[in-house]
Design a protein around this ligand. Structure first.
Ligand code: NOJ
Length: 551
């Protein structure tokens, strides 16, 4: 076990009692860094670890407790790092182990914890295990680390079942045997370059535990577990009863959320428990709150990444229901709730909140953007007012919208694998604008960045927002600071207030009141003294698309 880092012992935040310091993550603000898009110091147009170290001062200024790094391990990058060929090495695109160690050291010096993605459901097809499986015979120990099966039909030319990949197309790919003849099929719930591991094989868990200790011993403070509702597969691999959409699945889908996954989480947790002060958060795409709650029972994941606020409309009833159900789910098992407005897989909130259909009638693009931005301001104040752990996706604090990229710029494997029917997730992964008046806005010295940055982002750079007290960045900084400094944010529950139609209002036990106006009309505020508003009041009223914090 590593020595306790001083960073884990500190609890400078007013609303976190010092005795809870080992559970610092219970009320933390965690900032997701998508490494390709954050900051590029090597000048190749792709972000890297040196670029991240260079910007730690910015993250300290923003006031976040921790970063979550999307995958930085060695990878052929078929899915931008979610296809890992060596889970215990840093990909040269991002740096090396020495740079990673330096990142941890410098982040800890600034009281910022470092957490990283782990990808246990699948490996890259370039992983040595998969290469040896391809060269081995059916039924061999090498093949048993993955999910190989004979095809259906007399000649085995039909896939073993009807599963489709989350990225589109079949979830099975057939390989040739050593003699060049068509052989077995292997399962890949994502791209063909991401073969699924066989979690019934104990070697798979043992290797993951080795990987976890490798990073924890280097000082990592936790993990985000990719596809945490995957891994276990149902006996007999039954067919899908109805076709699944690209990038979506329902709770009756046999590909995910199989009961065996909970034993895997218990085994993962036992390693985490060797390292006090660390946590793991699982990516859990399930619809039912009961199903979600199972993952965060006391001996499984510390936290479940909760997509509810990232998927509801800007609608008071939907937002209130998302909050109530999320709180009930975590409370039922004594777990901590989590919140986010977006990540690298879902459209950015500014764009999601723009009016559509009849509501958009007669509005210019600039007006739509202004409304989406105002609503995103309101919603980060709702998120940060809630008890639990708040996740922020890099660029949210700048109010970045999704980008409509041209076809020839798209690199998400979803675009190819879906046969160009789904444009994928590139639009929310465009590099961050830091400074200056034209792309690449200080992100890199290379103008040909891995995804093009729109020229319109000159008004959204960090530089242009830092000194502007009305900017999104300033709102984030103020809101995060208040959340830490004010005792009114204490308490694990929310009490709902009566609110005008189309609005919500809730109170934290410490005394904070949060009021959101998602209606089309200005509304009066609940009684109290205003701490922060997302948009200035008009005639003493909370304007449409705004949130106020009161005490
Ligand atoms: C979830 C990750 O967030 C996503 O980006 C990735 O494509 C899939 N898992 C497959 O690893």
């Amino acid at each position: 076990m590593r020595e306790q880092k001083t960073v884990s012992e500190q609890s400078s935040k007013a609303n976190v009692p010092a005795t809870d310091a080992a559970q610092w993550w219970r009320s933390a603000v965690v900032y997701q860094v998508y490494p390709r898009s954050f900051s590029d110091l090597s000048g190749d147009g792709v972000g890297d670890l040196a670029g991240l170290i260079d910007k730690l001062g910015y993250l300290e200024l923003l006031g976040v407790d921790a970063i979550w790094l999307s995958p930085i391990m060695r990878s052929p990058m078929a899915d931008h790092g979610y296809d890992v060929s060596d889970p215990r090495a840093i990909d040269p695109l991002f740096g090396d182990l020495a740079t990673f160690d330096e990142l941890i050291r410098q982040a800890h010096d600034r009281d910022i914890r470092v957490t990283m993605d782990l990808v246990p459901n699948h490996t890259s097809d370039q992983h040595p295990w998969f290469s040896s499986a391809l060269g081995a015979a059916p039924g061999s120990p090498e093949r048993d680390r993955y999910i190989f099966a004979d095809g259906r039909g007399d000649d085995g030319s039909a896939p073993p079942n009807n599963w489709t990949s989350v990225f589109g197309g079949p979830a099975w790919t057939r390989i040739n045997d050593a003699d060049g003849e068509p052989g077995q099929w292997y399962l890949h719930l994502f791209a063909p370059e991401q073969p699924d591991l066989n979690w019934d094989n104990p070697e798979v868990l043992a290797d993951l535990q080795t990987t976890m200790r490798f990073w924890l011993d280097r000082g990592v403070d936790g993990f985000r577990i990719d596809v945490a509702h995957g891994m276990a597969k149902p006996p007999g691999l039954p067919d899908l009863e109805h076709p699944a959409e690209v990038l979506h699945h329902t709770d009756d889908d046999p590909r995910f959320n199989n009961d065996g996954v909970h034993d895997i989480h218990r085994a993962i947790r036992s390693v985490m428990d060797e390292y006090p002060g660390t946590f793991n958060v699982g990516e859990i795409w399930v619809e039912s709150s009961q199903a979600f709650a199972k993952y965060v029972r006391p001996d499984e994941l510390h936290l479940g990444f909760n997509f509810r606020l990232a998927t509801v409309d800007f609608d008071a009833d939907q937002i209130r229901e998302a909050i109530t159900e999320s709180l009930a789910a975590t409370e039922s098992v004594g777990a901590v709730p989590t919140w986010t407005l977006s990540n690298h897989d879902v459209p950015r909130e500014v764009t999601r909140y723009m009016p559509t259909g009849d509501d958009a009638e007669g509005l210019s693009d600039d007006e739509l953007l202004a409304i989406g931005t105002a609503r995103a301001r309101a919603m980060i104040m709702v998120e940060l007012a809630l008890p639990g752990t708040a996740f922020i996706y890099n660029g949210s604090e700048l109010g970045l919208p999704n980008v409509d990229l041209p076809d020839d710029a798209l690199v998400d494997p979803v675009w190819e694998n879906s046969g160009h029917t789904d444009r994928g997730r590139d639009g929310c992964r465009v590099p961050l604008p830091w400074e200056g008046t034209e792309p690449p806005f200080g992100f890199s010295t290379e103008t040909d960045t891995w995804l093009p940055i729109p020229a319109e982002w000159s008004s959204l750079t960090v530089e242009s927002q830092l000194e502007d007290i009305y900017s999104m960045l300033s709102l984030y900084r103020q809101a995060i600071e208040l959340r830490y400094a004010r005792l009114e944010f204490s308490g694990d529950t929310v009490e709902w207030y009566g609110a005008p139609e189309g609005c919500i209002a809730f109170r934290r036990p410490g005394g904070l009141i949060c009021a959101l106006n998602a209606s089309p009309h200005p509304v009066p505020l609940p009684p109290g003294r205003i701490l922060l508003v997302s948009t200035p009041l008009e005639a003493g009223l909370l304007v449409p698309g705004a949130t106020a914090w009161l005490v």
